[in-house]
Every structure is written in C-alpha cells, then in structure tokens.
Design a protein around this ligand. Structure first.
Ligand code: DP6
Length: 339
C-alpha cells in the first residue's frame, strides 16, 4: 500500500537506570532496567518508500545527510534493519520531537523507537498493528529491534511501566510491560536546566561506567533495589518508591562522576535545586521525588493528586517555559495515510 506510515512514540523516564553495557555491539545491558513511558513528550516519525539511491532524512523540516554526526544512530538503524531483513526500498523519513533534543529527556528513546516502528511498517507495507503481527512483527519483536538502535528505545514501545531484563545471554533479553498506565497515575514534571545538547552522550558514558570503582558495587545491589521498586509499584506505595528513585539517580551520577574520564551532567543550578526540593519536602510544601537521566534536567515524579501544589511551587521559581508537565502514557500509535 503506497502512502505514509506514521508512528508516534513517547519518551520514557527510567526509574531503575540502564547504565553500562555488557556487550556494546549486541546492545546487552549490564543490568535490568525499569521505566515509565510518558504521554506527551513524543517523537512523530513518518516513513514513505521512495525511488532513490539512499534514504532521505528530514528532522524538524530540515534535510540531513548520513554525514551528520547527531543522526548517526538513525542511519545505522535503517542500515541494520535493511541488512537483517533484506528490505529493498529506500525510505523518506520525516521526524520531529515536541521537546528539545539531547537535553536529557531521552530523545533517542522516543526517536529510535518511532523510527523503527514507522520504517518497519513502511517496508512491510503494514498499516496497523494487526498486519505487523501477521507478518511476524509482534510488539515485543519491534521493541527488541528498537533496543538495538538505542537501548532505552525498546522500553518506549510499551505504555505504562516497562521492564527490560538483561537475561543470562544477550539473546535472552526481554522487554515487557509490568503494569499498565491505569495501575498508577504517576506524573513527571521536568525542570529544564539546559535545552542544549548533552555534554557527554549516553553511549560514551555507558562505556566509561566500568572504570568507576563504584560500578561493580552498584551492579551487586541492583536486584534488591529492583525488587523493592516492583514491590512499591505493586502496592502504589509512593513513600517506598520515592527514596528508591533518588538513590538510584544519585548512584548513576556518582558512577559517572567517579569514572575515568570523570563527568558531571548536573549544573550548579541543578544541584542547588535538589537541595531546595529536599528542604521543601521536609517542610511539607511539596511531595515529589527526583530522578535524573544523562543530562542536567530534573524529573520530579509525583502522584496526580500532588500535581497542582507542585506546579504552584515550581512556578514561583521558574518560568513556565522551563517546565514540562507529563504523566504515564498508553504507548505508541501507528497510523497510515494513503496517498
Ligand atoms: C540514562 O539508551 O541513550 O537514559 O543504548 O547507547 O543509545 P544507547 O544509550 P541510551 O541510554 C539511556 C541511559 C539513561 C537511562 C535509561 O534510560 O535507562
């Protein structure tokens, strides 16, 4: 079927971080991870088969060639899928994010997930989930392919709360939803301390993690933390979840700061903000806990009932354009527009 295959995929925020790879070529993570798929912060990617000698790639209305370093993963993913499945068509890919790229809100997660979904749909001429599944491409399989493009992308293929298990062998990896979005309406309000590109790509930071003296200790303690997190999630116990979120984020950043070369993603403003958040929480003014990905922005996880109060508290300190409001989401959408 000729036409445009459109995928809209939301970003996700890791509660338990994927940090470090056991095998970079096979995208085999050092540990299991667990995340919440968001609802509003999305990448929308359209794929359309074209007559041309190479793929055409357009990001936010501007065309980019293979030589553009920041889209290396995009072209690599198209090449890997072509090679794995022997697809013949070249594709025109048009994509946009509704949030700043490379600012620590995982544009590679939603971007690579949307790219994988839209391009597979276009190559297979599958306009909906049913026809993808009928051609052997279940959601789990697509998630596994997206994970090869960028690890965290695999988790964005499912809505709600999603686990990526490393398994004992690279082929045993699984990505599966643990709880649907309806299980617990958690919100993520993001304070943007920088809208620029992140200072060190997560792919590079994964490689450096092994050099930190803290890293092996971290890995040894993670199964227990994941079990505690899953328990908190099962019982919707925010008092149990919140401190685990903060410990996990701080540990990931401690690994990065103690690696060789050492790196710190947070700015002094962001560190100061964490101190004021803790103080406000102690005084009972806000009821939110932070987590932080590979960038300087702070994600404030909170229950739906706390959102208005937190929003007011933040708006006294930040401009509205420095705040992004999101919550747990339902997962990707796929549609077909005939020409
Ligand atoms: C901090 O998925 O961006 O967001 O697989 O090399 O593309 P690559 O890395 P990426 O790493 C994400 C790291 C993180 C934590 C997480 O999402 O689990």
């Amino acid at each position: 079927m000729n036409g445009v295959y459109r995928a809209t995929v939301a970003s996700n925020i890791a509660f338990l971080k994927y940090w470090g790879k056991r095998d970079a070529r096979l995208q085999w993570p050092a540990n299991d991870s667990f995340s919440m798929t968001l609802s509003r912060l999305c990448s929308t990617t359209e794929a359309r088969p074209i007559q041309a000698s190479d793929h055409r790639f357009v990001f936010a209305g501007q065309a980019f060639s293979r030589a553009e370093k920041r889209f290396a993963k995009t072209f690599q993913q198209l090449d890997d899928l072509t090679q794995t499945f022997g697809f013949r068509d070249q594709l025109e890919i048009r994509t946009e994010n509704n949030f700043p790229m490379g600012a620590g809100i995982a544009s590679s997660a939603s971007g690579l997930a949307a790219l994988t979904l839209a391009s597979l749909a276009a190559w297979l001429k599958a306009p909906d989930w049913q026809s993808l599944a009928a051609k052997g491409f279940s959601l789990s399989r697509i998630a596994n392919l997206a994970r090869q493009g960028s690890g965290s992308a695999g988790r964005s293929l499912f809505g709600g709360y999603v686990a990526w298990r490393a398994g004992d062998h690279p082929e045993q990896q699984t990505i599966e939803p643990l709880f649907p979005a309806e299980h617990w309406d958690l919100h993520d309000t993001i304070v943007l301390f920088s809208k620029g590109e992140k200072s060190l790509s997560s792919t590079e930071a994964h490689a450096h993690a092994w050099s930190s003296p803290l890293f092996r200790t971290r890995l040894a303690g993670l199964p227990e933390r994941l079990a505690a997190m899953e328990n908190a999630m099962t019982h919707c116990n925010f008092e149990q979840l919140g401190p685990l979120l903060e410990m996990e984020a701080l540990e990931m950043h401690a690994v990065t700061m103690t690696a060789t070369p050492s790196h710190c993603y947070l700015t002094s403003d962001a560190w100061n903000f964490l101190a004021s958040l803790r103080e406000a929480r102690r005084r009972g003014e806000v009821h939110a806990y932070f987590t932080i990905d590979a960038g300087p922005n702070i994600h404030l996880i909170h229950e739906a009932s706390e959102h208005e109060q937190l929003k007011r508290w933040l708006e006294e300190r930040f401009n509205p354009q420095e705040l992004l409001h999101d919550r747990v989401g339902q997962g990707p959408q796929l549609s077909f527009l005939s020409e």
